[in-house]
Design a binder for this molecule. Structure first.
Ligand code: CP
Ligand code: NVA
Length: 335
């Protein structure tokens, strides 16, 4: 029988935002996810969480995060319970504090996806069990583990990687990529129009991590400067969940920042990969995609279908890695 590698010793810790973790802890979670991926692919059981119960709270919709937490829990021998925003009292009839205290008496860990970072922080403060942030308006930390794991799988290392994020510079993905990247020794470039430059607080936070841990952060509206020598070109939707009234403004602001074949060539590297947290607007096969085409005459938004489907695109490896990294986090914080 194979001797299983034990989870990272992080018992009782929550994952609310990247900055709460050390570089070594974050790297260890990524490396452990790589190990868990090999167990899964080889069919080696790894039921570290037999008898545990995990609550999955979703105020916003999700495919990957919900599926990843569900499958990861079941693979680990735990029971996941989905609690959607229309099914529970949270916010309507019961405060976050009271909900946290109740769930903490029954569940061993809680995942939360929603709008406010304060809610996920409050759940952690009052539940007494590990809480994992499955995305808020401010941060998307579980996504970072999968993204940088995918970078590591492709390049073998993270230190010295140039990662260019092009798109909305003020959303959760821009914040998280900057801070997590700076912490992991990556040179992160945020390329966005000046009116979408990230709030300086987040840039300062990332730069401080970079000074300590070896990465760097550049913010620019100049595409040529941003993409030169990039190992990774990353983009996200132009309009995040909860901002649906912003489509027209964002299409006008960001249409020149679309990831297309010409932009991919501009890196000057043969080995550049394309990443996207997904879901992506790369064609008109969605309700929003169709509406945008009818209104503004563009059938592709943040990335062209050509790049999305190209061999350089690693978006489905990245999506699969959400499951292995989330498994790494829940196993490590619950055992
Ligand atoms: N990337 C991501 O979080 O996807 P979902 O919104 O489908 O969970
Ligand atoms: N910025 C996007 C990320 C989705 C995974 C959003 O918040 O909608």
């Amino acid at each position: 029988m194979t001797e299983l590698q034990k989870p990272v010793p992080l018992k009782g810790r929550s994952l609310l935002k990247e900055n709460d973790f050390t570089k070594e802890e974050f790297e260890a979670l990524i490396d452990y996810a790589i190990t868990l991926k090999s167990y899964k692919h080889k069919g080696i059981a790894h039921r570290f969480l037999e008898g545990k119960n995990i609550a999955l709270l979703f105020e916003k919709t999700s495919t990957r995060t919900r599926a990843a937490f569900t499958v990861a829990s079941i693979d680990l021998g735990a029971h996941p319970e989905f609690l959607g925003k229309n099914d529970i009292q949270l916010g309507k009839k019961e405060s976050v504090e009271d909900t946290a205290k109740v769930l903490g008496r029954m569940f061993d860990g809680i995942e939360f996806r929603g709008f406010s970072q304060e809610v996920v922080e409050s759940l952690a403060e009052h539940s007494g069990v590990p809480v994992w942030n499955g995305l808020t308006d401010t941060w998307h930390p579980t996504q970072m583990l999968a993204d940088y794991m995918t970078v590591k799988e492709n390049f073998g290392h993270l230190e010295g990687i140039n990662l260019t994020y092009i798109g909305d510079g003020r959303n959760n993905m821009a914040h998280s990529l900057m801070v997590a990247g700076a912490m992991l020794g990556v040179n992160v470039r945020i390329c966005t129009p000046q009116s979408l430059f990230p709030n300086q607080t987040f840039v300062d936070m990332a730069r401080q991590r970079g000074e300590k841990d070896g990465g760097s952060v550049m913010v620019t509206d100049n595409i040529e400067e941003a993409v030169k020598d990039a190992h990774v070109i990353y983009t996200d939707v132009w309009v995040s969940m909860g901002e649906e009234s912003e489509f027209e403004t964002r299409v006008n602001l960001l249409k020149d920042y679309q990831v297309n074949k010409q932009l991919m060539r501009q890196t000057g590297r043969e080995d550049t990969i394309f990443l996207h947290c997904l879901p992506a607007f790369h064609d008109t096969q969605t309700l929003y995609g169709k509406e945008i085409e009818e209104k503004y005459g563009i059938g592709e938004m943040e990335v062209t279908d050509e790049v999305f489907r190209s061999p350089q695109s690693k978006v489905f490896d990245q999506a699969e890695n959400r499951m292995h990294t989330i498994k790494s986090v829940i196993a490590s914080t619950l055992t």
